[in-house]
Design a protein around this ligand. Structure first.
Ligand code: GRF
Length: 183
């Protein structure tokens, strides 16, 4: 599930296409109709769907429609990949154990937004990314894998974000494969 450019989604697509990966992708859902990742998904021949909050009465109803869509596609695991909306508690509970997210920090540090700026402001020497299970509380579910990334003296938000993103693109397929193998 994406909201924007979908570079982590692309990393998952490439992992599935390139290697003997233990999963297939049944489809990509966006909450934004103009997410550029939707085009990428279509170019790879994947099912896509848009479920925007404003098309439904409320978040719970939206997320029920998403669950119905995912189940119709036969999804067994749901990967949030830059899905920039907090899912409903009901959705998190329905998929618990099968719903994962990638977050650009070494959780439990820097839950929420602006993680790179916050790591720089704190004078951290090490930053990173985490793939974790999604639970109703934001960015608080059990960690599956983490990758540390150094913060260099001349870093700004952009250079740091790019370095973390490169790590994310390796980390997410590895985390998904690990979850499947240990399931
Ligand atoms: C990534 O940094 C991810 O960790 C965060 O949102 C960003 C999404 O980027 N949750 P992309 O859409 O995968 O390129």
């Amino acid at each position: 599930m994406i909201s924007g450019r979908g570079s982590n989604m692309s990393a998952l697509i490439e992992a599935v296409e390139a290697t003997d990966f233990p999963a297939q992708i049944v489809g990509v859902i966006s909450n934004k109709p103009d997410a550029t990742g939707l085009e990428t998904a279509k170019n790879h021949g994947l099912n896509t769907a848009v479920h925007a909050l404003k098309s439904y009465a409320d978040k719970t109803t939206t997320d029920r429609a998403i669950t119905a869509n995912l189940e119709q596609w036969g999804a067994e695991i749901v990967c949030l990949a830059g899905f920039m909306r907090i899912v409903s508690d009901e959705f998190a509970k329905h998929w618990q154990g099968r719903l994962i997210n990638i977050h650009p920090s070494l959780l439990p540090k820097y839950k929420g937004l602006n993680t790179h700026q916050r790591a720089l402001d704190a004078g951290d020497k090490v930053h990173g990314a985490t793939v974790h299970h999604v639970v109703p509380e934001l960015d608080a579910g059990p960690v599956i894998v983490q990758q540390e990334v150094p913060i260099l003296p001349d870093d700004n938000v952009e250079t740091l974000e790019n370095r973390v993103l490169q790590a994310e693109h390796l980390l997410y397929p590895a985390a998904l494969a690990k979850l499947i193998r240990t399931h």
